[in-house]
Design a binder for this molecule. Sequence first.
Ligand SMILES: Nc1ncnc2c1ncn2[C@@H]1O[C@H](COP(=O)(O)OP(=O)(O)O)[C@@H](O)[C@H]1O
Ligand SMILES: N[C@@H](CCOP(=O)(O)O)C(=O)O
Length: 319
Amino acid sequence: MSIHSPVTVTVPATTANLGPGFDCIGAALTLYNKFTFTRLSSDTPWETERAVRIRVSGIEANQVKTDETNLAYQAFLKLYNQIGHTPPPVQLKIDLDVPLARGLGSSATAIVGGLVGANQLAGEPLSQTEVMQLAIALEGHPDNVVPALLGGCRLAVRGDAVLKEWEICDIPWHDQIVPVVAIPNFELSTQEARQVLPNQVSRADAIFNIAHFGLLVRALATGRGDWLQTALQDTLHQPYRQALIPGYEAVQTAALKAGAYGVTISGAGPTLLALVDPMQAEAVVTAMAEAWQEVGISAIARSHSIDTQGTQSAIAPAI
Ligand SMILES: Nc1ncnc2c1ncn2[C@@H]1O[C@H](COP(=O)(O)OP(=O)(O)O)[C@@H](O)[C@H]1O
Ligand SMILES: N[C@@H](CCOP(=O)(O)O)C(=O)O
């Protein structure tokens, strides 16, 4: 069997929405999934039956599909379809550190990992912007795939008659604002968490979110932690999703009591995100994990940094 150079794609987790920025803003975190694609020649027996062989390791590995319906492989196929080439048979190794269906962008890592891996194997026919557009189309919203691909905190604005394509803005994030995530041991799929949202909102709610989003962006840029509790308030998704997250109130209260600037749902949940001063990070981590424990739910809490690199790919020497 001849095996070509493996391509390893490392994709960061994300925390999307950041309160009032529903479906628009997200930040990459220093927590990663790895996707390694190895193109195989078509002269081996198993390859005549199956186009892909998938191995998954790391946390919750047994929950990830290992057949053709795997999301990273579907994204891989999408890119080949887009460029009009027949996808080669591949071996895909996935190493997981991002927990599934917790609001930390695991699906975004799979989509970005599959697209970038395919683009590399195909000799980079698509630009990063074209890959990003495919990723947004596959995920259905930009706020996790864009920071996963580009790193940092990113605002995505849909194109219109003037701006033909998505406009992506880098949102400055002050180094004295630390993200703490508290991840409970139950899943909440993004699909389920979107089903509870109303299709229409009132003018008052729209104005509320516009004002709070402006405050959020200024607070993140300037390090005005005292603005964050207010700035993270939202009327578009959080009021409807809280009921899907047992322990929400208790964990939020505990984090604020321990000194967090503010608390919000990470992505579609159930992970809760606290923004904190670096000196308070440890106390907030402990308080959030304990508060969840007290309502009978085990949880892992930890602080991260904002990943500024985005998705990285590396080609290993041919075996
Ligand atoms: N590494 C992966 N490989 C393949 N599929 C994945 C991977 N990570 C996540 N997924 C798919 O995405 C689903 C979770 O997506 P979603 O509900 O949007 O949650 P999240 O908030 O983690 O993105 C998983 O149930 C799985 O089907
Ligand atoms: N804006 C989306 C974000 C989903 O992010 P994820 O990390 O939960 O996939 C939403 O809130 O539905």
